[in-house]
Design a protein around this ligand. Structure first.
Ligand SMILES: [Fe+2]
Ligand SMILES: [Fe+2]
Length: 249
């Protein structure tokens, strides 16, 4: 193909993409904009004349397979996942069992791909139907445990939190309550081990990739046959929302 026809092809693709976008009036969910605008006020009018409201795939995103797997979500919808991959790699190197390596691999799905606030709870809820109960517990509670040191495990309060939240930041009372609950739980150690392996770039020269965890995921994550989002689990709708985040209803 010569340069001119390549250029023409690219232009045609751009025009088709713009035309496809023109068909849709894409409305953001209230939670995406709450704070930027007052959620109790009506949504500013949009020029939706002649346009349809999106009820499926968002044309701006890459299309996912019909029966998406956890790895498909990593490739198409999750944010850069170096931090989770590194945590899982560290957990593996430290000899943690499969269920905790998997926990590390998905521990920050909330802030990485869904909703930041209370990320441990969202992360756990997303995977709960497909993993061991202890895995879900560890993921859920790593969030609150991050705020409390535990010398026995060699876990100290992160310096990054002092920078992020200020020197005199105090966790909310519910965080303290949840911490006390988790502290006494039989799986406290498992949740604590996530915080111990939860390091940003513990070795920046290592470049771990997803395929390293194929076996761990195969053994410890019950991938639904219908694909994540299309099974009947209590979290299926959350996976569908990540797949098609801008559907109107
Ligand atoms: Fe986290
Ligand atoms: Fe983390």
């Amino acid at each position: 193909m010569n340069d001119v026809s390549m250029l023409q092809k690219a232009e045609a693709a751009d025009t088709a993409a713009a035309k496809e976008m023109d068909k849709w009036n894409i409305v953001k969910s209230v939670i995406y904009t709450s704070g930027e605008r007052d959620p109790t006020k009506p949504i500013p009018p949009q020029d939706a004349k002649g346009k349809l409201h999106l009820m499926g795939h968002d044309p701006r995103l890459s299309k996912m397979p019909e029966k998406p797997t956890l790895f498909d979500f990593f490739k198409h919808r999750f944010g850069p996942s170096k931090h989770m991959l590194q945590s899982a790699a560290l957990a593996k190197r430290n000899g943690l069992p499969d269920k905790l390596v998997l926990a590390c691999l998905v521990h920050d799905l909330g802030n990485n791909a869904f909703i930041r606030a209370d990320h441990g709870y969202w992360s756990a809820q997303l995977v709960e139907p497909y993993v061991d109960e202890e895995t879900a517990f560890a993921i859920r509670y790593h969030q609150v445990l991050r705020f409390y040191p535990d010398e026995e495990f060699g876990y100290t309060y992160p310096d990054s939190y002092k920078r992020l939240f200020g020197e005199d930041f105090k966790p909310a009372p519910y965080v303290e309550r949840e911490y006390q609950y988790a502290r006494k739980h039989k799986w406290y150690g498992s949740a604590r081990l996530i915080t111990v392996n939860d390091l940003y770039a513990f070795d920046p020269t290592l470049d771990d990739d997803l395929e390293e965890f194929t076996d761990v995921v195969g053994r410890s994550f019950k991938q639904p046959e219908e694909g994540l989002g299309f099974d009947h689990s209590p979290a299926a709708h959350m996976w569908r929302t990540i797949n098609w985040p801008t559907r109107y209803l």
